[in-house]
Design a protein around this ligand. Structure first.
Ligand code: TA6
Length: 300
């Protein structure tokens, strides 16, 4: 990877985007424009902060997060690729795939005509990725930072064989106190709880969270709202190219078991994720591509 000075020479945008080195040689892009401030780690292609002007950060980042190669950063929007959850057949392979524990290459930075900042990162298959997953692929992450935040994972099959993958944009959305919040838009939707096979139907208009929740909602291609009265805001989560929406909060017990999360960390976030997994994995023929995208916006 280029050194920080060369990266800045090539990609910085004066007054809007610069690159800095965090602990353990992890490189971060610091972004500011008229709409928001943001921070993106090249390691994991993970946005770890998105703070609209005069607002509290929309994303939650654990104060206990690791920032070391081989470990996932806890918070922001982890990129789960090319599998979601545990590896289907080999438990020795990393949970949620290798995308979030890989160093992605910075490909492009741009100030758009609307004063948004666009950042493109890419991960090209390599002997390292093939040690986990034997296919040739190109994965590209695009971030559009403006009045809203749009994140897109594009995967292209560069193999001469078809392949199947699952993925997620694993949004950690910051809230002041989870028990006071509500998630709207999932009424009458079918969901599985964690790895259960049984399908349930959510009857309530509002999903409230008072214990661990780990739900994979199927046939959910719309948008969902997270109402956070204590921050006096509603965050809308839009998705494209994803039919599964996962809602996860670890609850108190699991929060205490996770070393990279404060014991009461569960109170300050909920994950509402754009997912392709379970019965909705993505199958690509040679040369085909698929885009999974999520857009976060504050309701006016
Ligand atoms: O959000 C869905 C999920 O698969 C949950 O089951 C939980 O494991 C969460 O991801 C966090 O996974 P992580 O590997 O980041 O601790």
């Amino acid at each position: 990877m280029m050194d920080i000075n060369n990266l800045n020479a090539k990609f910085s945008i004066p007054g809007h985007l610069s690159l800095i080195e965090l602990d353990n040689q992890i490189i971060s892009l610091n972004i500011t424009n008229n709409f928001a401030d943001a921070q993106i780690s090249l390691y994991g292609a993970q946005i770890i902060s998105y703070t609209p002007k005069n607002e509290v950060d929309i994303l939650w980042l654990s104060p206990n997060s690791y920032f070391t190669e081989g470990k996932a950063i806890r918070g922001g929007v982890p990129v789960c690729f090319p599998w979601f959850g545990p590896h289907p057949s080999d438990q020795s392979k990393p949970q949620h795939g290798f995308g979030r524990i890989s160093n992605w290459e910075l490909a492009e930075t741009r100030l758009t005509s609307k004063d948004e900042i666009e950042v493109k990162l890419r991960l090209q298959s390599s002997p390292a990725t093939k040690s986990y997953w034997p296919f040739d692929f190109l994965a590209e992450m695009t971030f559009l930072i403006g009045k809203t935040l749009t994140i897109t994972l594009k995967v292209t099959n560069q193999s001469d064989l078809p392949f199947e993958y699952s993925c997620a944009l694993h949004n950690y959305l910051r809230v002041k106190e989870i028990k006071d919040c509500a998630i709207l838009g999932l009424q009458d939707c079918l969901y599985q709880e964690d790895s259960e096979k049984i399908m349930h139907t959510q009857k309530e208009a509002k999903l409230t969270i008072n214990q661990e929740v780990d739900r994979n909602y199927s046939n959910t291609a719309g948008y969902y709202s997270l109402v956070d009265p204590n921050h006096n805001r509603t965050i809308r989560i839009h998705k494209t190219g994803s039919l599964i929406t996962t809602v996860w909060n670890p609850g108190s017990q699991k929060s205490q078991s996770l070393k990279d999360m404060p014991d009461d960390g569960y109170k300050n976030f909920v994950c509402i994720e754009a997912v392709n997994a379970l019965l909705n994995t993505i199958k690509l023929a040679p040369g085909e591509a698929h885009e999974t995208s999520t857009k976060l916006e504050l309701e006016d």
